[in-house]
Design a protein around this ligand. Structure first.
Ligand SMILES: Nc1ncnc2c1ncn2[C@@H]1O[C@H](COP(=O)(O)OP(=O)(O)OP(=O)(O)O)[C@@H](O)[C@H]1O
Length: 318
């Protein structure tokens, strides 16, 4: 069913450099969340902190009652078994074929026999559409296949939480669309909690239940997809619509002169909120909410044309 992650008042610095501070959010069990933010705002650092690879300076991360920011190494080892991680480049061992790469965590962390391992590896390879490619080396396959192999490996220990670090980086838009569908289908099937770090605005607009935005050393907003897609908050609006006008500049924040020169510039209206992408079998995911529910509950009128199509409001160039 997936587990909840409760992050409270988290702060992380490297030496004197504050990466982000006061990050508070709850990643709900079984749901899909996307974390966005300009380059260098510390999204990867956030993922690494969640799995205990980096220690925060302050704050807590509660998972099933254990605070992984302060627990013992032994407890951390146990908690880490709940996680599957898809690293940016798939993080495959180049000298091992896909079968051995996917089998690796099972051989390292369990006492399963080779025949049990075989059945799990083949099941996960099937889940990600890679049956038949077991003997290939990572260098012999495309980037998209490597990501799917990395995903199969992230799933072999039946994780309750799956973290995706830029799953779409380096993929063309069609491969990204297939990978997003696979992510949605997997969530429906295994019900784990998914957190995806991405730069792809279209992915953020159509895939998740919730969106977070890290900006300027803090969490600018975190909430249901409809909340962020209907938000007039300048940073959220600029980022989710891939616009140049707004507080985010070429290298993080615009200075006062740049902002002053934009004064009076009319912002384009908010684009329609697209329908959330559904599992390919058409059966709604357990955590899926009816389109428009959040807006209705909060008395927000969504932009005209919202919830009419999955491609509504595609940001230009996204
Ligand atoms: N181990 C480390 N030691 C010191 N500084 C680090 C370390 N890891 C990351 N940083 C710094 O933390 C900042 C945030 O890095 P991070 O990779 O998390 O950003 P990001 O938002 O994921 O960026 P991108 O979108 O470009 O992948 C960067 O300035 C980086 O140099």
């Amino acid at each position: 069913m997936g587990v909840e992650i409760v992050v409270n008042d988290l702060t992380k610095s490297f030496g004197k450099q504050l990466i982000w501070g006061d990050v508070t959010l709850t990643i709900p069990a079984g749901e899909i969340c996307v974390m966005l933010g300009p380059s260098g705002t510390g999204k990867s650092v956030f993922l690494k902190t969640l799995i205990g690879l980096l220690k925060p300076d302050k704050g807590s991360i509660l998972i099933e009652g254990t605070d992984i920011a302060s627990c013992s190494e032994r407890d951390l080892y146990e908690i880490r078994k709940l996680f599957g991680v898809l690293f940016q480049d798939g993080a495959m061992f180049g000298s091992m074929n896909l079968y051995d790469n996917v089998a690796f965590p099972l051989r390292e962390h369990t006492k399963k026999s080779e025949s049990e391992i075989r059945s799990i590896v083949m099941e996960k390879m099937d889940l990600v559409g890679l049956l038949g490619a077991e003997d290939k080396l990572p260098g012999e396959i495309s980037g998209g296949m490597r990501k799917r192999a990395g995903l199969a490996r992230a799933l072999v220990l039946d994780p309750e939480i799956v973290l995706f670090d830029e799953p779409d980086s380096g993929l063309d838009p069609v491969r990204t669309a297939f990978l997003n569908q696979l992510i949605i289908d997997l969530n429906a099937q295994i019900d784990a909690t998914f957190l995806i770090v991405t730069h792809d605005v279209n992915t953020a607009r159509t895939v998740p239940d919730n969106i977070g935005l890290l900006y300027h050393k803090h969490l600018a907003m975190f909430g249901p997809r409809e909340q962020l897609l209907s938000s007039e908050e300048p940073v959220v609006r600029q980022f989710l619509n891939a616009q140049r006008v707004g507080p985010i500049g070429m290298s993080e924040e615009k200075d006062a002169d740049e902002l002053a020169s934009e004064e009076g510039q009319e912002l384009p209206p908010l684009p329609p909120i697209p329908l959330q992408q559904e599992p390919s079998n058409g059966i709604p995911r357990r955590s899926q909410r009816p389109p428009g529910e959040w807006c209705k509950e909060h008395g927000i009128t969504p932009p005209p044309g919202s919830f009419e199509s999955a491609n509504a409001g595609l940001a230009p160039g996204a």
